[in-house]
Ligand binder design. Structure first.
Ligand code: C2E
Ligand code: CA
Ligand code: CA
Ligand code: CA
Length: 279
């Protein structure tokens, strides 16, 4: 092998190259997906643990790939984030959700807030808040029907930008949720520092909440903590009746998860809004 030149050319560079080529390929595909309007949103309903009624939806991105079918976000979100494409896709999500709210309103449906996920990368944009403000104005929807979910990592990576943007978003009248709570860093400091309305307990805690005493203790503590700070608390990833009963017993406000509903395509979400669907 030595005669063929320094190892770096035989091993390191070709491998780097392969990875870069693969990356570039998927980046090009994702750019095309946006241009060809292959992204779609599914909407997962949340339910009140007090009266079983629908309280809102979370908009979740999917890629409707012409050959591979519906591609879940875990397979492409990180590429969108690393390439910065999440900025354009994120704007599309905000616009699509606002237009959808307007359309549902036009159909005379009773509306509930729709939550949109924001990546750290989107807070590097100077004008994230003004883009959202403009979309709210252009579609003329009630800002209380819009909610933004961000993770602790957003607040950690983009503390300055996020603090500023969140103040402006709050001033518009939208809701702010802390997503995946309990999985990040310095959770407690962030709860005080940022203008939050909702805390979503990560499904990692809910999964074994009825069998693992530690998860049960942590979940109960998170519910109490949220309430003592005046925040609404939503449990994510609720899949069983037993988990549901545990959460009701401990005063959790809302739930989201397969026990109530999977994320639904647009037609499914419209049907849910037309009535009768409850926990
Ligand atoms: P997330 O924000 O934590 O969203 C909840 C995820 O949990 C969704 O996965 C949902 O389908 C799944 N889920 C809901 N109920 C259950 C349950 O009972 N059991 C289990 N096992 N899973 C449940 P999904 O749709 O695959 O999205 C994955 C992640 O991708 C999201 O996690 C979010 O971080 C990201 N994502 C999705 N859409 C967007 C978007 O428009 N923008 C950004 N920046 N990120 C997004
Ligand atoms: Ca979320
Ligand atoms: Ca989550
Ligand atoms: Ca997550």
């Amino acid at each position: 092998a030595k005669e063929q030149g320094p190892a770096i050319y035989q091993f390191y560079l070709p491998q780097m190259n392969e990875r870069a080529v693969a990356r570039l390929k998927i980046e090009t595909q994702l750019r095309g997906a946006l241009a060809r309007r292959e992204f779609v949103l599914h909407y997962q309903p949340k339910a009140s643990l007090i009266n079983g009624e629908i309280t809102g939806f979370e908009a979740l991105l999917r890629w409707q790939h012409p050959a591979h079918g519906l591609v879940p976000p875990l397979q492409f979100i990180s590429v969108l984030e690393d390439t910065g494409l999440i900025v354009a896709v994120g704007e599309w999500v905000v616009k699509t959700v606002c237009e959808q709210i307007r359309e549902w309103q036009g159909q005379g449906l009773v509306l509930h807030p729709i939550a949109i996920n924001l990546s750290a990368r989107q807070f590097q944009q100077q004008d994230l808040d003004s883009i959202i403000g403009e979309t709210l104005r252009a579609t003329n929807i009630d800002p209380r029907l819009l909610e933004f979910e961000l993770t602790e990592s957003v607040l950690m990576k983009e503390a300055e930008m996020a603090a500023n943007a969140l103040q402006n978003l709050k001033a518009f009248g939208v809701q702010i949720s802390m997503d995946d709570f309990g999985t990040g860093y310095s959770s407690l400091a962030y709860l005080k520092r940022f203008p939050l309305d909702v805390l979503k307990i990560d499904r990692a805690f809910i999964r074994d909440v009825t069998t693992d005493p530690d998860d049960a203790t942590i979940t109960v503590a998170m519910i109490k903590l949220a309430h003592s700070l005046g925040l609404k608390v939503v449990a994510e990833g609720v899949e069983t009746r037993a988990q549901l009963e545990f959460l009701i017993r401990h005063g959790c406000d809302e739930m989201q998860g397969y026990y109530f509903s999977q994320p639904l395509p647009l037609e499914g979400a419209s049907k849910v809004l037309m009535g009768g669907y409850r926990l």
